[in-house]
Write a protein that binds this ligand. Structure first.
Ligand code: FPP
Length: 236
């Protein structure tokens, strides 16, 4: 039997948004058309998360490996991000969404990096949903950066523990994801939140990201509610 906690709404949902390219290819469209449609799915998903009372939503929008894509596609994704931020920020703020960016935002250049920082500052006191955007993010790089921070802070090896190490990650202060969703049928973690996913429930769906909608989000929460979470312990 599942315990009481497993029936509740996950506090933190993280999503690997995959399948934009395949969505576009199936329609004979350029990849950017899939990304544009993917941005609409982002909007729907934030709305669904707010409506279901999810407190943290992390979206893998650009991985450190995505820099290896063609210059044109990187430019399209950067443009979309900038456009999304400029066109949606006011509404996100009005809806009580706090924005937090994890990853190496400086790689996108000063303008976008500064706009992201300004958006974080503007929304810092919002309480309804924390939207974590993973941008130029890689889990291994994040862990190495945290180790560097610990060394730079002069921490002794015996002082270091899981709790204080976790607080040195980009996600310090944010609870670990309860549920991770990956769209498009791929079944990999792809360097996403490697430390933080230790006990997350993982759900793979064949739906391509641009087709992902409120119903898919609700279905994922329903499946999560039926899972038995043990955190390594034996069932009661
Ligand atoms: C994966 O699909 C998706 C990405 C690499 C980018 C995700 C970007 C968006 C959803 C749009 C912009 C985001 C925001 C936050 C406004 P893929 O291109 O790897 O698809 P494929 O595997 O089918 O080729």
């Amino acid at each position: 039997m599942a315990d009481a906690a497993s029936h509740s709404v996950p506090a933190h949902v993280a999503i690997i948004m995959d399948g934009n390219g395949r969505w576009a290819a199936a329609r004979g469209l350029p990849r950017v058309a899939g990304h544009r449609e993917g941005a609409k799915a982002v909007r729907r998903t934030i709305e669904a998360a707010v409506n279901h009372g999810v407190q943290y939503l992390t979206l893998f929008a650009f991985s450190s490996e995505n820099w290896q894509r063609s210059a044109g596609e990187v430019q399209d994704l950067t443009f979309l991000l900038k456009h999304y931020l400029r066109s949606e920020l006011a509404e996100l703020h009005a809806e009580g969404v706090r924005l937090k960016v994890i990853g190496e935002r400086e790689r996108f250049g000063d303008t976008l990096a500064q706009e992201l920082e300004a958006a974080e500052r503007k929304t810092a006191n919002n309480k309804r949903l924390t939207l974590v955007l993973a941008l130029s993010y890689g889990g291994r790089a994040e862990i190495v950066a945290a180790a560097r921070r610990a060394i730079e802070a002069g921490m002794k090896p015996t002082e270091l523990n899981e709790q204080n190490f976790g607080s040195l990650l980009f996600t310090g202060g944010i609870p670990d994801p309860d549920l991770v969703i990956r769209t498009s049928g791929e079944q990999r973690v792809s360097n996403f939140l490697l430390w933080q996913l230790a006990y997350a429930e993982i759900l793979f769906t064949k739906t391509l990201w641009p087709d992902f909608c409120g119903r898919d989000f609700a279905g994922a929460l329903e499946e999560y509610a039926g899972r038995e979470r043990r955190f390594g312990a034996r069932p009661v």
